[in-house]
Design a protein around this ligand. Sequence first.
Ligand code: NCD
Length: 308
Amino acid sequence: MSRNLLGIRTLDKKQIEDLLSLSADFKLRVIEGKPVPRLDKLVVGMLFFENSTRTRVSFEQAAHYLGMKTANFSASSSSMSKGETLKDTILTLRYERLNGLVMRHKMSGTPTLAARHFGGPVINAGDGQHEHPTQALGDALTIIERKGDLEGLVVAIVGDVEHSRVARSNAWLLSKMGAEVRFVGPRTLIPPYSAMLPASVYYDLATGIAGADVIITLRLQKERMHEGMLSSIGEYAAMYQVNRDTLRYASPDCLVMHPGPLNRGVEVDDMAADGEQSAITSQIENGVFVRMASLYWAFSQKLENESN
Ligand code: NCD
């Protein structure tokens, strides 16, 4: 039996811990050149209906390390440009005997819909403003490596929370693991229903990041914004940019994180993005290992993984 990875909200603490320890185990094996389990006979479809650099390439790299084949798909060059529905596209891939799907789409909920029509595991690689589970797992692995544990940490997620699936998946994961999560940003960029999310809300940067152990900065997702959400980029940067000056409000050893892509000079400056406190390159690196773990987990291999 395979299983889907559609979001963090529906996982329990034990499942998150299993995925994180499997990720750490894969990382060690890859870095030390030790063998990793092989999923040789499996072909996974890479369905990216939305642009992606790091998520797509890290899934490719993860599949490569596990010996899987990938079948690439782009909406613009597929029959969807001829009017084929998502359901028929998914059924086509099912009857072509693909074994699993990794899927990114601009509409929230589409990986869940795909899972209904596909006879194998579906992994959500980011759906609309809903969830991005593998990004949250990579962020958690990075924080654990630097801070030892998630329990009791104060994590401020700063910026365009409204449009961020990363913010939502991180809020679910970190709160389930015992961290305090804060959303920080202007009123127009904090979800109006944020009381339903496991985070407290701050509209002022200095108060929101006061004493924070980790700051996750977010890109302003202009492509998802409508008019009136932002007065100007310059004004936003003046009030919410994480930089040398504003970092003073956080804990002295506060980590600076960003899921990418970065808009340098807007949500974060070079000093914060590239300085000693930055964990951004580790987030990218860990993205590969959590995606290996996610593929392995989704295909329901035993977590005790046989060392072949
Ligand atoms: C993010 C995404 O696509 O959700 N990036 C990522 O996958 N690492 C965030 C963004 O687009 O700003």
